[in-house]
Design a protein around this ligand. Structure first.
Ligand code: MGD
Ligand code: MGD
Ligand code: SF4
Ligand code: MO
Length: 680
């Protein structure tokens, strides 16, 4: 299909493949067959030619000398990183014969795919791979590591991943970044907010860490981790009390506001101040601001839902715009995620019907460590792609121990020899997204975009769909579904009458127009996909599912008797663990730091820049202390999923719990506790 690939020189359209809401339009500059420059596409209606440093530096990643060029077979012990090159035939043949034996002796569920969104392309992340593992009957992976708790919580209130069009937020007069480090993780929402600010908008940031986003705020409100639902409930109480609630809107478009109004009386300012650490006066001021300034927009982040109570936190915050009737105002409302607008035909793409045994076991990806160590019957083979669990999954020491099992046959498909790949029996080289055909749908803005290959595959690398086509053949799967081309799968994806927002989109429109927007019908007035069709302040469905029907603050559970809550988030110059192996990105981040309040540091006799040991029953890390006022006392923060290098102890996930959140089996990365001591 692509003619771009054959042209040695030119500028070609592309899309950023990384797991980032912005999903920027890109232009790839190609000289003598190689990408020499990555630029933002100025014609993209939302991202407008601006891209982050990470992706500007993408050519260095694509042509990194460390990039894999051939399949490899392990020669040393697990984790040694010793491998020798083999051919694709040998690699596929050894995987297929191992799997055939395993299926005969232990059954199909002994095999587990482990993947996430290292490449956001739909075909790369949830296409031919799903068909293959469904047909195989492998154990199923519950992909819970990122945003599921909050998505489930939001859905109880709003019916699905539907918020406002971010392009409308230039009209907002009050913008609240709530649990999102948007400067690093959603830079174009910040650009839109800055535009709104030029027209008089105020930017409020509610976070546990005064990071790049907090610094930019007109008003930064520090909050104790895991207490956001108490704040939201306290605001609701004040809004009702002060007569700032829009009763007409509530009557027309929501259910349960009378019950809610009674229920929130218990969240009086003094109670809420004690829970959240936010002074009473600030609570009152925030309620007055939210109750009087319109349009107001809340950007709900992922950070606040990486907690045991994260689903309920998002469920609760999602009620706020209804209280003030903001959904009817252009630029008013909220965004948690907008993936609902571009929802495609997943059944056609992934073919769950191929899975014969509908009871096939499901494994929560957050608990991969215990699953590898404890599950009976055991997981005997794991196929990892688009993901680096040795670094990104919680209970990291358990994960390592699991990966070290001699009787676990591991295959890793990646562009690099990641920490996870160092435990593999077979490593397969992956193409970059610029070498593939795929399509992308943003989970923040409303545009979808096709990627056609711009360069030849690097070395012998292959795309995810092609690897699964080869494996299907080697396993003897004759089904036609494995013969579909990438383009045919894109056609199938957009044939989806159930989603009227995409009724005008098909392969042809994608090829003819660089960026295609989901139909932009506003949410209100309209019927939401909740059981009642309205915003559910009171949710019968929640009650049926075992939750309180009204939004409720549930404190974080105990986690040992360690004094500090530990919030290890992502950083500015890596994307999760991606780029943590690149010198330029490492230099920009310098070294992993532990942000600690000066009062706490003084008590522990720690000076700025000193190395500290942090630990709990799960593990320990050695990090550099950064002392100041950008976290509250009792809270410590690190940023970045750093590489596991010899001589370092900087793998923060050895400290994080693998408990699952209140909803959707979500991750609780930010609800762990630790102790700190100065290294003598
Ligand atoms: N540069 C960069 N961009 C990225 C990524 C990256 O690694 N680097 N990762 C991508 C991915 S996969 C995702 S999911 C998104 C994540 O991006 P975000 O949605 O921004 O989520 P986080 O950065 O995890 O956390 C956001 C903020 O929540 C704060 N926080 C933690 N706990 C609480 C709490 O209890 N209450 C409140 N109010 N705040 C809290 C943290 O201090 C942090 O500033 O970013 C994407 N974009
Ligand atoms: N402590 C802590 N842990 C966290 C988080 C946190 O905030 N704090 N964030 C969590 C979140 S929100 C997320 S989403 C996860 C993300 O965790 P991961 O999904 O593991 O993300 P990355 O670390 O970016 O790893 C993606 C891998 O996919 C590979 N890859 C890229 N493109 C392709 C391709 O086309 N084919 C194949 N086969 N491989 C490809 C990349 O080279 C990279 O090694 O991490 C989670 N872990
Ligand atoms: S990582 Fe995000 S901001 Fe950077 S280029 Fe990709 S989509 Fe744009
Ligand atoms: Mo994520």
């Amino acid at each position: 299909m692509s003619t771009f690939k054959k042209q040695q020189n030119g500028i070609f359209p592309s899309v950023c493949p990384l797991d980032c809401p912005d999903q920027c339009g890109l232009l790839l500059h190609k000289t003598d067959g190689k990408i020499t420059k990555v630029q933002g596409d100025p014609n993209h209606p939302v991202t407008k030619g601006n891209i982050c440093n990470k992706v500007r530096n993408m050519p260095e990643r694509i042509y990194d000398s460390k990039r894999l060029t051939t399949p490899l077979k392990r020669t040393g012990h697990k984790g040694s990183g010793q491998f020798e090159p083999i051919t694709w035939d040998e690699a596929i043949e050894s995987i297929a014969s191992k799997w055939k034996n395993l299926i005969a002796s232990e059954g199909t569920e002994s095999i587990l795919p482990y993947s996430f969104y290292g490449n956001m392309g739909i075909l790369s992340a949830e296409g031919m791979d799903r068909r293959f593992f469904h047909r195989l009957g492998a154990s199923r992976l519950d992909q819970t590591i990122c945003s599921v708790a909050g998505s489930v919580g939001y859905k109880y209130t709003m019916g699905g991943s539907f918020g406002i069009d971010p392009e409308d937020t230039i009209h907002s007069k009050l913008i609240i970044f709530w649990g999102i480090n948007a400067v690093s993780t959603n830079m174009h929402q910040v650009a839109l907010a800055q535009k709104a600010r030029k027209n008089g908008a105020k930017i409020v940031v509610i976070d546990v860490h005064k990071n790049r986003t907090g610094i930019l705020a007109d008003w930064f409100i520090p909050i104790l981790p895991g207490t956001d639902s108490a704040l939201a409930l306290g605001l609701m109480n004040l809004l009702f009390e002060e007569g700032l609630a829009d009763l007409e809107f509530l009557q027309e478009y929501s259910i349960g506001y009378q019950e809610l109004r009674e229920h929130v009386k218990q969240y009086d300012p003094h109670t809420v101040a004690a829970i959240t650490g936010i002074p009473v006066d600030d609570l009152k001021e925030l309620a007055a601001l939210y109750g009087t300034v319109s349009p107001s927009f809340i950007r709900i982040g992922n950070g606040l839902q990486h907690h045991d109570n994260g689903g309920m936190a998002v469920r609760t915050i999602a009620c706020l715009p209804a209280i003030t009737g903001q959904w009817l105002v252009k630029g008013g409302g909220a965004i948690k995620g907008n993936s609902g607008y571009l929802a495609h035909n997943t059944a056609a793409v992934q073919r769950p019907d191929l899975l014969e045994n509908k009871e096939t076991r499901v494994i929560n990806m957050n608990q991969i460590g215990s699953a590898l160590l404890d599950l009976k019957p055991p997981i005997s083979s794991m196929f990892v792609y688009n993901c680096n669990p040795a670094v990104v999954a919680p209970e990291g020491n358990k994960v390592r121990k699991g990966l070290e099992r001699e009787d676990l046959f591991i295959v890793v498909h990646d562009l690099f020899l990641t920490e996870t790949a160092s435990y593999a029996d077979i490593v397969l080289p992956a193409t970059s997204s610029f070498e593939n055909t795929d399509f992308y749908t943003s989970y923040w803005h409303k545009y979808t975009q096709i990627q056609e290959p711009v360069i030849e595959p690097y070395g012998e690398s292959k795309s995810n769909p092609d690897v699964f086509r080869l494996l299907a053949e080697a396993m003897g799967f004759q089904d036609d579904v494995f013969k579909d081309s990438d383009e045919e799968m894109i056609e199938q994806a957009f044939h989806y009458p159930a989603n009227s927002y995409i009724e005008d989109i098909d392969l042809q429109t994608l090829k003819e127009n660089q960026f295609v927007k989901a139909k932009n019908t506003p949410l209100f007035p309209g019927k939401l996909p909740t059981p009642s069709g309205k915003i559910e302040l009171y949710s019968k469905k929640m009650e049926e599912d075992g939750y309180p029907a009204l939004p409720t603050y549930v404190p974080l559970p105990a986690d040992g008797d360690h004094p500090f809550l530990f919030v290890p988030g992502p950083n500015h110059n890596f994307l999760n663990s991606t780029f943590s192996n690149n010198d330029k990105h490492i230099q920009l981040e310098k070294t992993p730091q532990l942000h600690i309040n000066s009062r706490d540091a003084a008590e522990l006799n720690i000076e700025n820049g000193e190395m500290v040991r942090i630990w709990n029953k799960r593990g320990e890390c050695l990090l550099q202390a950064s002392i100041g006022e950008n976290v509250l006392s009792g809270v410590v923060v690190t940023q970045g999923l750093w590489a596991d290098l010899p001589g370092t102890k900087q793998l923060v996930n050895v400290l994080t719990p693998d408990r699952v959140a209140d909803m959707g089996g979500g991750a609780t990365f930010f609800s762990g506790r630790i102790s700190i001591e100065k290294i003598q």
